[in-house]
Each structure stands twice: as C-alpha cells, then as structure tokens.
Design a protein around this ligand. Sequence first.
Ligand code: 3HC
Length: 723
Amino acid sequence: MKGKINYSVTDGIAILEVDNPPVNPLSDGVRHGLIESMEKAESDDSVVGIVLTGKGRSFIAGADISEFGQQIEGPSIHDAFEKIEKSTKPVIAAINGSALGGGLETALCCHYRVSSKQGFIGLPEVNLGLLPGAGGTQRLPRLVGPAEALKIMLSGRHIPAVKALDMGVIDSLSEGDIVEDAVAFAKDVAEKNETHPLVRNLNEKVLAARGDENIISEARALAAKTRKGQFAPGKIIQCVEEAINLDDFDEGMKKEAEYFIECLLNPQREAMIHIFFGERAASKINDVPKETPKMDINKAGIIGSGTMGGGIAMCFANIGIPVHIVDQDEENLKKGLAAIERNYKFMVDRGRMSAEQMEKTFGLISSGLSYEEISDVDIVIEAVYENLDLKLEIFKKLDEAVKDDAILASNTSGLDVDALADCTKRPGKVVGTHFFSPANVMRLLEVVRGEKTSNETLATIMSLGKVLKKAPVVSLNAPGFIGNRMLFGYTTQANKLLLEGALPHQVDSALENFGMSMGPFRMLDLVGLDLGWRARKLSGTESPITAKINDALCDLDRYGQKNGKGFYNYVEGSRAPHPAPENEAIYEQVSKDNGFERREISDQEIIDRCILALVNEGAKILEEGVAQRSGDMDVVGDMDVVYINGYGFPIWRGGPMQYANMEGLDVISAKIDEFAKNDPEFWQKADLIGSLSEVKGRFGDAPAPEDRKPVSGFNKSSVAGNL
Ligand code: 3HC
C-alpha cells in the first residue's frame, strides 16, 4: 500500500498528517489511513477536534494519478470523504502546500480551511482529461459561485492562499506554524460552536445562478477558445449545470460520478496522463545522478536583442533573475527593448500583470553593447541568427569575456553544439538551449547535450528550465535535434500534397481539425517564406522539389505575413489568413513543370501523410537513440512532450508517438506501406514500426539500442534545412 497517515494528539486535537512523499496523493494507503484515523479520533472522548495536514511541501496533490485505468482495491476516495463530512467533531484542513484536485476536494469536505501563505489550491483535473470527481464540481460552486468555479476548473490554474482567502475558499491565513495555528483554530471552534458548517449545505450561490444562462454560455465560449477538441471541459460545464439546477446535493454528486466515468473511459484521459508523466520523466537523465551538484543561476546574459533574445530575457526577468542583453548594434538594441516593453504593456492591458509588477520585472532587464558588461553572469545564452561562423566568433569572445565557471549556451535550432564547445576552453560548460518562439510563451526547451557537456551543466540547465516554467527535454547533438528533425518530414509531406493537388487552406484546415494549433502553410507564412529561399539562393544549390512552390511565391515577392502575402493574403493589422486564389495558377504550373498530375485529395490522406511522417521519423529517432535517455516508454514521452509544447500538437492526442500507439502500430505500418508504393524514397519505414506491428506492440515496449547509430550532417546554417 502506498502512503499512510501519521496520527497524534495535541491539546485534545487529533492531528492527521498525510505521509505519501513527495506530494501526498490520495493513494490506497492514504485512503485506508484516513478512514482508520477518523474513526480513531471520533471514538476518543478526549479529542474535541481534528486537524488534517500534509507532511513536506504538499497538503494533498489530488488522487493518485498512477491509479487511473488500474483496478483499485479497498476504500474509495468517497468512503474516506464520508468519514470526514460525517464527523461529529470539527475537522480543519491545515493547507501547508499544494491542495490540488482531490486535495482541494478533501479540504472542501472539512468544516474549516486554514492555509499557510505558501499554500495554494486548484482543480487541475482538466489537464489530465478529467473532471473533479470527488465533489469538486458540486462544492466549489457553492463556495465561490458557479461562474468563478467554472473559470477555476476550466483553466486548472493554481490559486495562491491569499487569493483563495479573498474568494472565500479558505477561512483563515496562518502567518506562523500552520499546524499550531490550525490546532488553536480547532480548539476555538470546538469550544464556541455547537454545529459546524458543511459546504454541501451552502445553496445560496447556486440558487442565485438558476436561470442565468450567461454563466453557462460564457463557460462554453471559454472552453471553445482555450480547450479546443477536449472532452472533459464540456462535462465539467454539465456538472455545474447540475449543481445549479438540481435541488438535492447528492443527486448532483451522482451526476458528477457518471460524467467522471465518461472522462475516465475517454482515450483523451490516457493521452493527457501520458504527457503528465512524460514531462516529469523528461527531466530525469539516466546517467546524470539525482545528486549531481547544480550551479546557482543568479544573473544571466543574452547575446542578441531580436525576437528570440528578447523573449528569453523576459523568461529570466519574469522569475526575478536579473538579465543583461548585449547587442552589437545600438539601433537593434533599442528596437528589441521597445518590443519587450510593448509585450509587458500588453500584459498589463490584459490584466495579466499590474503596472507595479511590470516596472519591477522590466527593471530587471538591462542592456549594452559590450561583452565586458556580462563578465560576472552565471549563464550566457547566445540568441543570434542561425549561422555557425557567426556563433563560433561569438563563443570565442564570450569564452574570454565571461567568468570561467559560467555556462555558455546557444539558442540554436539545429547547429552543431560540439563545434561551439570545441572553440572554447570550457567545453564542459557549453550546451544548447533551443527555445521556441515566442520564447516567453512557449513551454518547450530542447536542451542539447554535446559530447563534452558536463553532468553539472546539464543538471543545472534542466533545473533552470523548470524554474523558468519550461518543459525541458534533452536531445543529443544531432542534426535537427528532436523537434525540427521530425518537422522536416511533416512539412515535406505538406508541400508534396500541394504539388499533388491540395490547396494550402485545405491542408491547414484538415490538420487544424485534427487538432494542430496551426496548419503548416499558416506556419510557413508566419515564419517567412523568404528565409529558406534566401538561404537556398546563397548556398547556390538546386532547390528540392518540395521548395519549388515556396520559391515561386518568393520570386513574386510573396514572403508571408511580413509583407501581407504568401500562401495566403493578409489585410494590414490582422494575422487572419485569407485564401489567395491568384496563387492557384502558380501551384498548377509548378506541379506541371515537375511532372505531377493534380488530383482531389481527401482530408484523411492529408492527416495520415503529415502525421505519419512525424511518427516514422520519431521511430527512427528512437532506433538511433537521439532522444537522450534509455529506450523505455520515457523516451517516447520525450518526443510527445516536444511536439505538444513546441509544435502545437493537440495535448488530448498525447503527442505523435502516443497517437500512433493508440491507433495501433499495425494500422500505422500498413498505411506507410501503402504510401511507399507511390513514394518509396520518402516512405522508408522505420524498422521499429515493422517489428512492433508484427507483435501488436507499442512504442516503448522495445528498448532502443544501447549504442546509438552515429549521426552526422550538420549544416552551417540550420534555416534552409528546417523550412
Ligand atoms: N498522483 C501521483 N503522483 C503524483 C501526483 C499525483 N496526483 N502529483 C505529482 N505526482 C508525482 C510526480 O509524477 C512526480 O513523480 P516522480 O518524482 O516519480 O517524477 C512527483 O510526484 C513530484 O511531482 P513534480 O515533479 O510535479 O513536483 P513539483 O513540486 O514540481 O509539483 C505539484 C508538485 C504542483 C503537486 C505537481 O506535481 C502537480 O501539479 N501534480 C498534479 C496535481 C493534479 O493534477 N491533481 C489532480 C489529480 S486528479 C484528481 O485529483 C481526481 C479527483 O478529482 C478525483
């Protein structure tokens, strides 16, 4: 059994301490322990009140997520909660840290809630494809009102104790020792009050919401905007409708249980939980021991004040680390800082930060023209454009200018990190940190481990990534790393579909309906078609067939969003794409010139070819061991975490590899074989797909090889290769 309850009595108050490290989920041992301890306290006449708290940094982090989808023995959460709610003695939740999901639901069953200042609450089940299924959807609306409860449940956000006090979720804030304060609170209410309040009986706010259709329609609009394609949000809204409209609390609980099961059985739940554990596993690296020392990062330097440099600087400032940007061009620097200021102002205008917060945060960003100004920083992230010679020059200078033990990182999307390391006297301190644009928003951080990157550097960057609120994933130093290597096949297929007869908006809408946040042609227009075109021209090489349409558009000055026309047309001041019928003649001509006969293409073919290109390349990465850790399920998770946090893959499908697992690798294999009949050169099926499909296996069943295949082929500029 996992977890237990530590029981003690102080001054007539029983203290029940949940002990299930590290974050105290409600595993079977905790549920057993809660029932036993509640019975013990109830039957002890010397006990007048009960305090429930958590050991360590968490109160209770919710149900035990690893139990979902498993056969559960013993008492349920509901059995344990019934003991709390039916207690004749006042039960006080002493929230010492995270009270999330089932953790907050436990607290909502208690008669009173006291929290330390570090405490925070939330119902994040929606992030796991679930709804709060232990009374959260029925009790929270009774405390904070249905409209607020819906916002909390649909966002899954964490709410700090001070705010929770304002909202009325907690009754009192503890300034000192939370358990001592809760014991005093318990003694006080036990002495003064004959009866103790239960949230289930507070009907005023739900009754007031009856007949107010706006609450539900606003929640539906919010879910449509922020949780496109997800199943659980609709069910959460239905639960709250029941809370509003049913007279009997227990009837509402029955409905909640019914809808919870629907979520539990929905494949989205498995997919989203795969990502929850995948993100956590990604931060562990097999050959880097947990106890590896990490450097303190108290000050950072950034080279380059462009979009990436500015966004990365914001990441540091946002968490309170001073950061200094160096750019060789004063005008660029001014523009870059103005862009950062605009971003912060936008956040203030949207109510996402206060004017004071902005002043404080923006004040942490300084700038200048000389490398000497960053001599004392703990890390420098170089974020100039993708040109190896330029980066080599910068790394040589940084190696001289910056203190010896500082980390030198490159925000490269595909250049050779070993080449950068080898031009310095500190190769162990050199690492790739590939942020995604906009860097202050996107969660993915691809951490590129060079041959000589030290364990200390790697451990420091992984922990810094988490502090910066990113999802860090390690890749070996191989062309395209993980994400862009997979992307190459995806965009190749999108371009081939265009040559074969599809139109950009058809490809984009098929993939957006599949769940991708942005189709490939909208993405290309956003990035700029001219980047690849210029790089190809500079290199003097013949463009690949898949870039011919792109080149033809650029020849007609159609560069994408930046000049209002690319694959789509744009009206000034708007990013909304409008189909460009004038391009169709170009597509037809390029198709004809390259021997393609245009035909009708179904949306399903578009989805299959683009997504299976990702899957096939992902399987090859698994075979080669480019993803950093050993060949178990975790590495499969790495690729999925990359795609969800950096490339707009729908979280509810669990990432490309999980999608393939859930479709069945035999189905995937057969489709690839079919595509290979027309395009054998592109569709070279990964051996792993063939072998796993024969045994009806899944990615993650077969270990990747211990020895990875040698990888080579870095370009001097990574732009042309990626687009
Ligand atoms: N169940 C099982 N394991 C959990 C867990 C949970 N609810 N929450 C966290 N863990 C595990 C993690 O997998 C990780 O394991 P590992 O060390 O083996 O990788 C370990 O606990 C530590 O987690 P983090 O690395 O995430 O620790 P942090 O300190 O960064 O964050 C946290 C702590 C904020 C509590 C974060 O872990 C978290 O958000 N947890 C999930 C909370 C949640 O979603 N709760 C709802 C669960 S569903 C539910 O309650 C249904 C109910 O309504 C019926």
